[in-house]
Design a protein around this ligand. Structure first.
Ligand code: URA
Length: 241
């Protein structure tokens, strides 16, 4: 891991601000390998030394990776003057670390949203080059059938002429003039799933993202809840790119 200033490490862990770290260090609250360190500007490699704050080991991570069960009605943005954003659903320490949503879900879409402060991974996962599969559960107004499955497999042309890559449409059930489907896409065009289904004459009534690559929305998370990704999930995301 990269060498970091102690004040930066403590602030990234949400233990205190960088400014406060200097004061705490002067008072003897910080130790490196058991030896009190009164200089918070000292650089350490958190993987190579044991950093403690008030006697407790500081479990520093260079980056954080989170999954949020995004509720309906919340913006996938880091900040907005008027509306609540997904960052407002997380503890403040993540905002200070510079966590951002990986790609976007519409305000009216719920489900899996990944967030990280790892710019390189975030960029790769959203880059059209990498074609990470995303699975959505949608309920559409109208009846979809095999012709629609074939059209998705061939690649839908949106109403504005935009050509989409081949995608998978699975019909789960049809009732009361509505079709319950799973849609798998490997790109992230604006309102893509809504526009793909609308192009077949079946507007989306509800839309939820279930997975991104190998990472599946944790069924234990209620809308608005989040958790850190496991090391297996992080490795799976890295494998995608
Ligand atoms: N496709 C959409 O139309 N909306 C989303 O939020 C995600 C994919």
């Amino acid at each position: 891991m990269a060498v970091q200033r102690i004040d930066k490490v403590l602030a990234a862990m949400g233990l205190c601000s960088r400014k406060e770290a200097a004061g705490y260090a002067k008072k003897g609250a910080v130790a490196v390998d058991g030896v009190v360190c009164r200089d918070a500007s000292r650089k350490i490699d958190p993987d190579q030394v044991c950093l403690t704050f008030n006697g407790q080991p500081v479990g520093y991570q260079e980056h954080v990776y989170l999954m949020l069960h995004k509720p309906l009605g919340i913006l996938s943005a880091t900040e907005d003057r008027d509306q609540q954003t997904v960052l407002d659903l997380l503890p403040g320490v993540y905002r200070s670390r510079g966590v951002f949503p990986v790609g976007r879900l519409d305000k009216d879409t719920s489900g899996l949203l990944l967030l990280t402060d790892d710019g390189a991974l975030g960029h790769h996962l959203t880059s059209p080059k990498h074609q990470v599969n995303k699975v959505y559960h949608a309920v559409a107004e109208g009846v979809l059938g095999q012709a629609d499955v074939d059209a998705f497999a061939h690649g839908i042309k949106l109403r504005d002429g935009t050509q989409c890559r081949p995608a998978k449409l699975e019909i789960r059930s049809v009732s009361d003039g509505k079709t319950d489907v799973l849609v798998t896409v490997c790109e992230g065009k604006y309102h893509q799933v809504r526009r793909m289904l609308a192009s077949r004459g079946t507007p989306v009534l509800t839309l939820e993202r279930l997975s991104e690559g190998e990472v599946v929305l944790d069924s234990a998370l209620k809308p608005g809840e989040w958790r850190e990704l496991t090391s297996e999930e992080i490795s799976a995301l890295r494998y995608e790119i």
